[in-house]
Design a protein around this ligand. Structure first.
Ligand code: ATP
Ligand code: MG
Length: 701
């Protein structure tokens, strides 16, 4: 067999399952790989590039692989290098690739580049200052969220009110006013020849469509397109992807609808779901095994999917392949400070001899939770790194390195090599030495990524590219450290030990998730957090949390009911597979398998948003008599009130199957309640009294 890249193709298939192998070697294009967390999607994507290169089916210099964050792009090129491909595959974010292409176009055509808006907040504040106080006093960030959402979906200011209404947005003020702010933002931006990050995508696409020569050059350069995390692509990115693609079909996308976590920011998970409709010739492959998590962790994450209504795709349930591990735990703390200290202790407890700190991560829903965790880890003398903080470009050694780059006269590649060695010789002492080295390494790595995407690399081009790519997600320093990051920033990553913190109503689900769609996204976000764990998962919450000078008492997240019941069932000996299917009774209690009519039509319900929900086990109401139907009505009313109070979709409180079983069996004791499908110890302790009161009340009537 040909070994164009110098790699033996057979070696690339080593260790893959038949399904993964089929995905790596499939000859059909377009190709869509649809599979759950940890099933090997990213692994398959990189192997597919390497395989096609090794068999002579593509030239890696003509590959463009797109991912969601800089960090992910860096990891992708790292994995490709590990598979034997040298720095020749372009891996980047939509933004970084668009910007590199625009810069080369501007250079070639002698166009003075527009200025990249780097202070959007201040800019919006100035726009707002021309509005009456009732508007200008609304936080700028709320307008920015709406403007970014609209731009991600290619919605013009005039279309905003209708589009916002249709999408169930909750703008900070009348949508006509948001539209006006958006219009002025755009006109002032144009007057000042500024472009924001979304404009980079828009302008790149516009120029590809309007300038055939530019389009031909880019399409020649990137002939094979690969996209990871396709569930989070927004319509603007999709349009740009189409412009890159032209009329060619060499496209491979991978994604997981259950991990769609950017819809609120304009992403469109339907682009993944509808991929086969869009490309009738496309092949859709599914992977069904999980290679990341212990069966116990997978039991819990599958239980989250089993409970989900229209928020999730039950096709995502995965089989375990990893060795058994400890049952995940849920820990309650008296206060946020106690929680942070408890996490620091737990991190230390999990740090066995010879273990790396980087085997652990602390995940939180909001950036605001991070400082307390940082403080506790610092106090415990545990090294940590916060993804996205401590901007790399602000570090003194990076400033010096950039000055050195600016002064260099040779090719960028040589200058980068010089940099890679320079720090060894510099006079650095103490702990900072390794850190500085790691920072410079990160810069050099960025330089190599830039070289891979840029056709005509220059030092000036690299510096400009840096400014655009190191905005929100800086590459990390590489020293051994515990990682602290938000659920969003954790996507695609994995750690042996994961601590998920702050699981309270208001944080997870987040306080502003008011629409059903937003609440469903919160559940998926929690699912993303949980599925990062390989061996151990520790979920925690605090009964009190300080906001400014006020101590607020907190309710634990309803998601913890699902996790808690799953954990209790696992601890009681029920198998992880059964728990993953939503069987959360202890193994000793026989699960109730009461037949209630045909299941053929019973599963497909409709959510209030009108979408069909995936088929679930028996939720038929045809067996219920009138009294039972009245009871079911009452139970559903109770569930709605509970769900509203917790800002969560109703199914998280109790799914329909559970309520129907209660209505039909009318349990009158806690013991009987415990045998209802979907009610474990945790839910019975929490809701038992209320449920029994409803049953008794309705029965007594
Ligand atoms: P996510 O949805 O979270 O992005 P993913 O589907 O992209 O996950 P990967 O990150 O590619 O999954 O793989 C998860 C883990 O499983 C990685 O550690 C990967 O190396 C490992 N893995 C994938 N396939 C196999 C396999 N066939 N044998 C052993 N390990 C595997
Ligand atoms: Mg992945």
């Amino acid at each position: 067999m040909s070994t164009v890249s110098g790699v033996n193709p057979d070696q690339l298939l080593h260790g893959l399952t038949p399904a993964q192998r089929a995905a790596v070697t499939a000859t059909t294009s377009p190709l869509c790989i649809l599979a759950g967390a940890g099933s090997g999607k990213t692994s398959v994507l990189t192997r597919r590039i390497a395989w096609r290169a090794a068999t002579g089916d593509l030239d890696p210099r003509h590959v463009l692989s797109l991912t969601f964050t800089r960090k992910a792009a860096g990891e992708l090129s790292q994995r490709l290098r590990a598979l034997g491909l040298r720095d020749s595959v372009a891996a980047g974010t939509f933004h970084s690739v668009a910007y590199a292409q625009l810069r080369s176009r501007w250079d070639d055509r002698g166009i003075t580049p527009p200025t990249l808006m780097d202070r959007k907040f201040a800019f919006v504040m100035r726009v707002l200052s021309a509005f009456p106080r009732t508007v200008s006093e609304i936080p700028a960030i709320d307008f920015i969220a709406e403007i970014e959402w609209a731009k991600a979906r290619m919605i013009e200011p005039a279309q905003y009110p209708e589009a916002a209404e249709r999408a169930g947005r909750r703008p900070p003020t009348a949508s006509s006013i948001v539209a006006e702010v958006y219009a002025r933002y755009e006109s002032q931006r144009r007057e000042q020849r500024l472009v924001d990050f979304d404009d980079l995508l828009r302008v790149c696409r516009r120029d590809l469509l309007a300038d055939p020569e530019f389009a031909a050059a880019q399409r020649w350069r990137f002939q094979h397109l690969f996209v990871d995390e396709f569930q989070d692509v927004n319509p603007l990115q999709q349009a740009l992807l189409e412009a890159w693609r032209g009329d060619r079909l060499d496209l491979c996308v991978v994604g997981d609808p259950n991990q769609a976590i950017y819809s609120w920011n304009g992403a469109e998970p339907d682009l993944l779901r509808r991929f086969p409709e869009r490309f009738p010739s496309a092949q859709v492959l599914r992977l069904t095994e999980n290679f990341r998590s212990s069966p116990q962790i997978l039991g819990v994450s599958n239980a989250l999917l089993s409970t989900g209504g229209s928020a999730v795709d039950r096709g995502g349930l995965l089989r375990a392949t990893r060795p058994e591990g400890p049952v995940p735990v849920v820990v309650a703390h008296a206060s946020d400070r106690a929680e942070a200290a408890g996490i620091a202790r737990s991190v230390r407890d999990h740090h066995g001899p010879g273990a790396r700190w980087s085997a652990q991560a602390v995940l939180v829903r909001t950036n605001a939770q991070i400082p307390l965790i940082e403080e506790a880890l610092t106090a415990a003398r545990i090294p940590f790194r916060v993804r996205g903080s401590a901007p790399l470009l602000d570090q003194p050694e990076i400033k010096a390195a950039l000055a050195q780059l600016r002064a260099s006269t040779g090719p960028l590649a040589d200058a980068l090599d010089d940099l890679a060695h320079s720090i060894d010789e510099a006079e650095v002492a103490g702990d900072r030495a390794a850190e500085r080295q790691a920072n410079v390494d990160a810069l050099v790595q960025l330089g190599r990524d830039y070289l891979a995407v840029e056709a005509g690399p220059t030092v000036a081009g690299f510096l400009a590219w840096l400014a655009s790519t190191t905005r929100a997600d800086q590459p990390d320093r590489h020293g051994d450290a515990v990682e602290v990051c938000t659920f969003h920033a954790a996507k695609g990553l994995e750690w042996p030990v994961v601590h998920v913190a702050g699981l309270e109503v208001g944080l997870s689900p987040i306080v502003h998730a008011r629409t059903e769609a937003a609440q469903e996204e919160e559940l998926r976000l929690f699912y993303v957090a949980v599925t990062r764990a390989e061996r151990e998962l520790i979920c925690s919450w605090a009964q009190q949390r300080r906001y400014g000078s006020r101590e607020m008492s907190r309710d634990r997240s309803p998601y913890l009911d699902i996790v808690g019941d799953a954990c209790a069932a696992l601890a009681a000996g029920r198998s992880p597979e059964a728990v993953g299917q939503g069987e959360v009774l202890p193994a000793s209690a026989p699960p109730t398998r009461r037949s209630r009519g045909g299941t053929g039509r019973s599963g497909a319900g409709r959510s209030s948003s009108g979408r069909a929900t995936p088929a679930r086990a028996s939720v038929d109401t045809t067996d219920l008599d009138e009294a039972a139907l009245a009871l079911l009505e009452a139970l559903r009313g109770w569930r709605l009130t509970r769900a509203r109070a917790a800002s969560t979709p109703a199914f998280v409180i109790c799914n329909d199957r559970t309520l129907i079983e209660i209505a039909s069996r009318r349990p009158t004791t806690t013991e009987q309640l415990r045998t209802v499908h979907g009610l474990g110890e945790v839910k019975v302790a929490r809701f038992g009294a209320e449920l029994l009161a409803i049953v008794n009340g309705v029965t007594a009537d």
